[in-house]
Each structure stands twice: as C-alpha cells, then as structure tokens.
Design a protein around this ligand. Structure first.
Ligand SMILES: [Zn+2]
Ligand SMILES: [Zn+2]
Length: 444
C-alpha cells in the first residue's frame, strides 16, 4: 500500500468556484447579457478542448470528499421501506453514494409484496408514504385494496435508479450482504458494486467461510473486469469473529470499525474487546507478526428501520472518500488506496500520510460549538498489550500531526467531538472520525 499523495484541499475547490463567479459577474456586468458569458466559456472550451467550469463532466476535476453509506437494507430483504424512499432519504441529506445491500440478493427480477407483510415489518404506513412522495403513477399495485390479495411491486435497482441518480451528485451502487454462518456464528460480508448475486458458500470454520466468500467476490471482480469492494461486517455481532480471524484472513482488507446497528456490540463486553481495540490487535498481528497488509476500517449504518422506531436507523455511520469522479470505480480505487476515512459525525478536511517522513497529519473541519480531541494511536513491534494502540499524542488542535518514532510501526488517528451524534446509539456517545491506519513497513 502506498499513501504518498498530493494535497488537495477545499481551497482549490473554492478558488475555482470563486473565479468562475467573479468572471461570470464581470461579464454579466459588462454586457448585461448572460448569453455572452455562456458564449465566452463555450468558445474557450472549443478552442482548447477544455470543459467549461460549469460542465457536469469536468475535464480536470479536483479530488474532493464524497460521502456515502455502504450498508443498507430495504423491503427486498429485512428493511422496512421501499428502496426509492431509502435512496431519497440519503440523497436529501447530501450523501453522494448509497449501496443498498440486502441479504443474499441483488435487487433484480419481479418481486411483489403483500400489504399485510408490510405491516408485519413495522411499515404499515410505508405504502401511503411511498405514494405521497412518488405519486400514484410510479407506484405499482395489483389485487383489490383492503383484501389479502393486495400487493405492491418492489422495483429493481436498474429501474428506479434513473429516477434518483444525479450525475456528479448522487449515485446508487449495486450491493449484497453475503449472509453466512460457521459453527452457528454469523459471518456477514458486504460486496459493493457486484454485477451478479453471490450465494454464500459456507465452510467449516469462520475463517473458511470468510475465505470462501471473499474468493467468490474476487473471482467475479476479475471475470467482470470491474472494481468490487468486499468488507467484513460487524465482527462483534453475536461475537462471531475474533481479532485473530481478522488478522488471519489477509485477503480481507476492509472491515466495519463502526456499524450503527444497536445490536452489534461495538464496545464489546467483559469478555470480548470492543471493535476499535480489535482493529489495533488485528493490525499488530497482520503487520508486525505476519508481514502482511493493514486492515482498513469502514463506518456504515446497517439501516433497517425507516419509520422512527427504535432499531438500526439511517444516518449513523458513513465513509468519506477522496476521489476525482463520483463513479463506483473511482470510489473503490480510492478506498483500496486508503484515501478515505470513517465517521459517526466528525468531519475532516484533510488527511496526509507522508511515508518518507513517517508522518500522519490530520485537519478537522469544525462544527459550530464543537471542540475536538484527536488521539494518534501507535503500535510498536514489542507485542506488549499496552504497546498496541497506545496513545502517542492527544491534542485539542484542529490541525495536528504525528511522526512515528523508532520501534513504532503503525499509526492511526481518531477524532472525538464534544458533540453527541444526531441519533446516538449508546449513552455518552460522541461524534467521531477514524482515519485509516498507516505503516512504513512495505506491504504485499
Ligand atoms: Zn449483517
Ligand atoms: Zn446488514
């Protein structure tokens, strides 16, 4: 993994916008005609074959942060709303991408659902709300209303995406939660940007199940020539997966360091470490003992409940990915290069890893009224428990950095806000942001 990268901050974005506004204003002021402004940029574009500044397909886009959720459920499996309603929820809240990842299926083919089944899913009013938002000509039903025969059609992704996607603003990515078990323990893995459904392959042990399903995903990625992102879900759900499992399956490069479902034991218990601690323990084994690559951390919603009842509601965990284009391939490539962070509320404007200087730098984009606490967690080669994820530096500065010292091999930063999340999952929860871990040990 290489993390050397060019700084691309919001200043570049702002200045470009600034100049365009300034020039537009100048030309409008000068000529009194917006048409001339348009003509000016068009002629520039034609003569130099460069896209105009307002073009939705820019010629030289600046890398920027895109917000997305990669773990979501709908009526197609055990979520309780229509995929269009869920997509709209995220789109309206300035997400740029969403992967609805239903259990062991892709949203394709003919599917009808009885209205009575909606009620048993805790969604008695879902059809009414769906009609109110999208209109009667979009919603398809059959049978006689008020009888048991009354059904509503669940539309496939390839049908509804054209209603909701906006180029450069919001995209939907096909996904599946490959939902498997081993020894009675849940082993769930999301695969983002699939082309074909993957049936869970099973296996004798947790690690075998992880490896089998991961192999399926990687085979499809190769066969179809597309980027697919597998990530292991909620390791502490049913305490199914240990940190040793996370370390041993080296081909798994992503896991959920935060999942907004209240039932996933994020903080662990008396016997089991919390998920963040597992991350450091697994990465110590992977990098310092096995000579492999780092495991990266994703935050997701795992949302099922969309009608305000208790449960796994949307909006609790997301990733911010730095890429030039809003396409699945560009987002996934950026994530594979480690150019993303995870959040339950806190926002970062910049993260830089200077591999040559072994230095990690973080800049926070502060929310009004918030103060922040940034911890740089370092791991040394010693293997002593207190040397795994030790606090190397704690600071209240909005911009800070940490340089690895002798014997220290891994560093990551976690930023904690003084503010609670909008919809907290547990008592005393604060908004956080997690950078990826970085190491100067060459991987792979
Ligand atoms: Zn799951
Ligand atoms: Zn799920």
């Amino acid at each position: 993994m290489r993390h050397q990268r060019v700084s691309v901050g919001p200043i570049a974005l702002h200045s470009r916008h600034f100049w365009y506004c300034l020039l537009s204003g100048f030309f409008v002021g000068l000529s009194g005609s917006p048409t001339l402004v348009h003509a000016f940029f068009q002629s520039t574009a034609n003569s130099e074959t460069v896209a105009a500044p307002h073009d939705p397909v820019p010629n030289t886009p600046v890398a920027r942060w895109w917000k997305g959720n990669l773990h979501t459920h709908s009526l197609w499996s055990d979520g309780n709303d229509f995929p269009e309603m869920i997509s709209e929820w995220y789109r309206e809240r300035n997400y740029n991408f969403l992967a609805i990842s239903d259990h062991n299926l892709l949203q394709e083919g003919q599917r009808w659902m009885k209205q009575s089944a909606l009620a048993s899913r805790g969604a008695a009013n879902a059809l009414e709300k769906y009609r109110a938002r999208f209109g009667g000509s979009w919603v398809e039903t059959r049978g006689e209303e008020g009888t048991d025969s009354y059904q509503v059609r669940l539309k496939p992704l390839d049908e509804y995406r054209y209603l909701l996607e906006q180029r450069g603003e919001f995209i939907l990515i096909p996904s599946e939660e490959i939902t498997d078990r081993a020894d009675g323990k849940p082993v769930h893995m999301n695969a983002t940007n699939l082309d074909e459904v993957i049936q869970p392959l099973g296996g004798k042990t947790v690690r075998e199940v992880m490896e089998n399903n991961l192999r399926s995903v990687l085979e499809q990625e190769k066969a179809k020539g597309r980027e697919i992102l597998p990530h292991l879900n909620h390791p502490n759900f049913g305490y199914g997966i240990t940190f040793e499992d996370l370390a041993a399956v080296m081909s798994e490069r992503f896991f959920e360091v935060y999942n907004g479902h209240p039932g996933v034991n994020h903080r662990g218990d008396a016997k089991n470490p919390g998920v963040e601690r597992m991350w450091d323990l697994a990465n110590h084994l992977r990098v310092n003992k096995l000579g492999g690559s780092l495991l990266m951390g994703v935050a997701t919603d795992d949302s099922h409940e969309y009608h305000g009842k208790p449960g796994s509601r949307p909006g609790r965990g997301w990733v911010m990915v730095r890429a030039e284009y809003l396409t699945p391939e560009h987002l996934i490539r950026a994530m594979k290069a480690g150019d993303f962070y995870s959040s339950s509320g806190a926002t970062l404007s910049d993260i830089q890893w200077d591999a040559a200087a072994k230095k990690l730098s973080v800049t926070i984009e502060p929310a009004p009224g918030a103060t922040y606490w940034t911890e740089y967690l370092v791991t040394t080669t010693s293997g002593e428990p207190e040397e795994i994820g030790r606090v190397g530096l704690a600071t209240q500065e909005l911009s800070s950095s940490y340089t690895l010292k002798d014997g220290e091999t891994i560093v990551r930063a976690v930023v904690t806000s003084s503010l609670a999340p909008v919809d907290p999952v547990f008592d005393d929860q604060k908004q956080q942001a997690w950078t990826q871990p970085f190491t100067m040990v060459p991987a792979e």
